[in-house]
Ligand binder design. Sequence first.
Ligand code: GLC
Ligand code: GLC
Length: 640
Amino acid sequence: MNIQEEAHRSLARLRPWLLRLFKDDAAAWPIFEARLDAGFPRLFELLISLYGTHYDFFYHLEALLKTAAHAHLERTPTLRALDVEREGSGARWYQSEKQVAGVCYVDLYATDLAGIRARIPYLKELGLTYLHLMPLFKAPAGNSDGGYAVSSFREVNPALGTMDQLAALAAELRAEGISLALDLVFNHTSDEHEWALRAKAGDKDYQAFYRMFPDRTLPDQYERTLREVFPEQAPGNFTFVPEVGQWVWTTFNTFQWDLNYANPAVFDAMLGEMLFLANRGVQILRLDAVAFVWKEIGTTSENLPQAHWIIEALNILVKLAAPATIFKSEAIVHPDDVAKYIGRECEISYHPTLMVLLWEALATHEVRLLRHTLAKRFVIPENAAWVNYIRLHDDIGWSFANEDAAELGIDGEAHRNFLNAFYTGQFPGSYARGLPFNYNPRTGDMRISGMAASLNGLETALENHDDAQIELSIARYLLIQGLTLAAGGIPLLYLNDELGALNDYSYRNDPAHAGDSRWVHRPRFNAARWAARTDPASIAGRHYLPLLNMIHVRKAHAAFAANGYANWLESGNPYVLAVERSNIGENVLILANFSEHKQVVNGRFSAGEKPLTDLISGAEYPVEQALTLPPYGMLWLLHH
Ligand code: GLC
Ligand code: GLC
């Protein structure tokens, strides 16, 4: 019997049993059943591949379907209506040019959930349609890796509010046209999560939720092929747990215990946590650290096929119960691997390759690696969208592909060393004020922390009272943030960047944060800076007002939608990036000058007779004329 027949037979057997679960809500069954019929064959195949060798496979399969069915039954009428909309006319809503995303920490940005609620008018002013709140769950006191050590996915950190408040906030945001995104930190829990506490107390079932080892034999074998994510603050990938005398797998910090997805009970438990959040109104689940969820001896234990199967299976199950929910992939890895999580697994994905190459182009002034890479790699499955950003809460790690660089005669490793020197201000002439993050003397690897404005030279320029440099630093910001708006995909703003916020060095005085330079770019909301945003003469206003203009332009033009078409052109000028976007009969040519001098490109791009209009400034350019871009200038030229 082949797998499809087997799937068919299993479903036929399960159907009457599932139907009984719907006895109190018979109207919900046909909808659930239709989704089940569509998703089950592939789900079955994935689960067989993952867990088919378990003697109790069918028991686990039933458990998963029950988790999904119960979650669907628990879902409110409003969310079910949203499901129906997103399965119909609202499908692929995340590809729209109207989408603009923002991300912030609840505590740093607005003290608590009530504070976030009070900021909704500003989020709307900025045009946001999607808000990612950084991990806000119950977490250990002191260092919790910025909340990425979760002690309960069902409890909000009491300092920030309650789960009921979160659900109410999600509803209020939704009414304002803003989708709520939360992290589903599904590779690990904190060592204070109930599952970890039970494991420490000796409960074998919960020890099996993690990857625990009685001695160093296996850990030492694994270590031979693993890398270290945090070599400075958490060297190695295993931590001794004195309570039980065992070693537990900890890819990140010692207090972040990796979950054991080889155990189907873990898969089921995490499905339950996902659906719990989906039913609180969370529409985007950001799957944290996707690359690491499956481990095999003798491998890097990153991006293994099983990691992909797990995510795809979870997506199908989430779609059964709460199809308005989409997944966002956080894979900060080689571009080949980034791409593999997109489409069937996650509808949207961070675009770390674009992010690092925007900074790379600013440092070199040349656009060739950026253009070459994007021409090769920008296209993703048609149901998907990139999330384009310049800065976030994490470091910048130069994850472009060495092969892409080599094709242009660039030595990837040497280039990374240059970029690290440049962004830490050690390269002659550098304006940047980044800090090193996790220098690994063994591999020479290093990443960069820093706020966008500080990396762009604003901090240096302000100290030197150098108006010309201030101007250039702002132009750099508008150039690369503008490209995230125009490139195609969802632009994601790291809130505070839009006001030109600088590095915040106060983390050095906080023992819980001093060892992690990423805190330099996690500043508090600054009311004075925010109030100045509408003053065109202020530093904040000089960032904010032109950005806001570009946001409005983006939203008005379908050419910027993620499902449009991008053509990465040769501009004929090494400093000028040229990309043509088209969609629904609209063509926009984007020209971006990465040099601090003005640059000229010839007008051969314009095919028609009529003048071109720059959507950013409203200026018209006659056809056939050479186009001049100011230092770091950008044009979004609409073909009539
Ligand atoms: C993700 C987060 C990062 C965190 C890590 C471990 O990569 O973005 O901040 O340190 O996961 O959870
Ligand atoms: C590594 C991980 C990524 C994480 C980052 C945190 O790059 O791959 O998931 O965000 O470390 O620094």
